[in-house]
Design a protein around this ligand. Structure first.
Ligand SMILES: Cc1cc2nc3c(=O)[nH]c(=O)nc-3n(C[C@H](O)[C@H](O)[C@H](O)COP(=O)(O)O)c2cc1C
Length: 387
């Protein structure tokens, strides 16, 4: 297939296939690839040729926006996983360029998800830090090379450590701009560092970063503001937020009031979009009925774009997010793993492959990734091995 082939015109799902703008970023449609950690980079954190092909497939498959896997921001404490890619050094930044070029050539935009793992880091040799010295629930994850043992107790960040972590996000965002990315997505979800600041049981600080929700959201707010100051108005800065965490599917914020404070802070800090995920993102957020986080973000986010995520691979459910949810885009993760051409399939009315959890076993690496060529998917054929 030649590069940059638009999706044939279709009457199906008119919102999903309509163009959209996030600030100055123009997207061909409203389908985004959700960030997915694949721990397949070089051990030194540089993306590989295999990753170029992996991300190119989503762009060829018709996604308007590709959000990369969580990518670490500094070489001190940010790395979460062995073979996670980084954008913490100039060499790592430069090695992303072929990924960016491949995705652009195939007609999609690409933002890099900037991630500091915080207490949930499980990379051997990287000491973990967090707002407070609170051990995360549960065990490290073998599919990302973890040993399946309990997480360690993180060190509480000093004020200097906080500044260093923020500086890491800023330097990473500048490298992203230089590598040609269309933007960055700041990972404030799923229990990693920035979410730990927001979360009451992780954050026991008694300084300006702890206490009420206005203080607990300060760290994310400062990261966004500092990145915005460094990259200017035209670069897209997203932020991903969730109530739940990879090791805690029950946690909820303290009601719609806290959600309003959090979403308002993101917009005031200069974010271009809010990406919500986890329990209550597209379903009622706090009880059996009531607004979802998508709806609350649309209401309190000062008019910035909202990306909805969570079991939206069924296109009619995705389309409903635009009507009733207030979303600007939808992001799909597992549906995209099984169908790298998810948008093209939907536009053509073709059936989707079911997501097969074996794709992530024993490791969630690209060697288990769906093969996809010219619309034919075979989820069992590995991609070619990386260089
Ligand atoms: C293999 C895998 C890796 C993931 N890695 C990340 C990640 O790096 N950053 C992130 O914010 N979410 C990550 N997620 C969560 C997804 O982006 C998404 O929120 C979740 O799978 C729910 O969406 P879905 O129902 O479309 O799969 C990951 C999910 C999967 C399946």
């Amino acid at each position: 297939m030649s590069e940059s082939q638009p999706i044939p015109k279709t009457d199906r799902y008119p919102m999903l296939f309509s163009p959209v703008r996030i600030d100055s970023l123009r997207l061909a449609n409203r389908a985004a690839v959700s960030p997915m950690t694949r721990t397949s980079a070089n051990p030194d954190g540089r993306p590989t040729d295999q990753m170029v092909e992996y991300y190119r497939r989503y762009a060829r498959g018709g996604f308007g926006l590709v959000i990369t896997e969580g990518t670490y921001t500094d070489t001190v404490h940010a790395q979460g996983y062995f073979r996670q890619p980084g954008i913490a050094t100039d060499a790592q930044g430069a090695a992303w360029q072929p990924v960016v070029d491949a995705v652009h050539a195939a007609g999609a935009a690409i933002v890099v998800q900037l991630m500091h793992a915080g207490a949930q880091g499980q990379h051997e040799g990287t000491a973990t830090v967090a707002p407070s010295a609170v051990r995360p629930y549960g065990k490290t994850n073998p599919i990302y090379h973890g040993d399946g043992k309990e997480y360690g107790v993180p060190e509480a960040l000093t004020e200097t450590g906080i500044v260093e972590a923020i500086d890491g996000f800023v330097a990473a965002a500048k490298r992203a701009l230089q590598a040609g990315f269309d933007g960055v997505e700041i990972h404030g979800a799923n229990g990693y560092l920035l979410d730990e600041f927001i979360t009451d049981y992780y954050n026991r600080r008694d300084d300006e970063y702890g206490g009420d929700i206005g203080n607990r959201v300060r760290m994310v707010r400062r990261v966004i503001q500092s990145v915005r100051d460094a990259v200017g108005r035209d670069f897209t800065i997203g932020v991903r937020l969730s109530q739940t965490k990879i090791n805690d599917t029950e946690h909820r914020w303290n009601g719609p009031e806290d959600a309003a404070v959090i979403f308002r802070a993101m917009a005031e800090a200069g974010a271009s979009y809010i990406h919500v995920t986890g329990a209550g993102a597209v379903d009622p957020a706090f009880s059996d009925d009531g607004p979802s986080l998508v709806q609350l973000a649309a209401e309190h986010g000062g008019g910035i774009a909202v990306i909805a995520n969570g079991r939206l691979y069924d296109a009619s459910k995705a389309e409903a997010q635009f009507d009733t949810g207030g979303a600007s885009l939808v992001a799909v993760a597992r549906g995209a793993l099984a169908n790298a051409d998810w948008p093209r399939r939907i536009a053509a009315g073709r059936a989707q492959n079911d997501f097969d959890p074996d794709l992530l076993q024993p490791l969630a690496t690209l060697d288990n990734q769906a093969d996809w060529e010219d619309g034919q998917a075979s989820i069992f054929e590995p991609l070619h091995k990386s260089s």
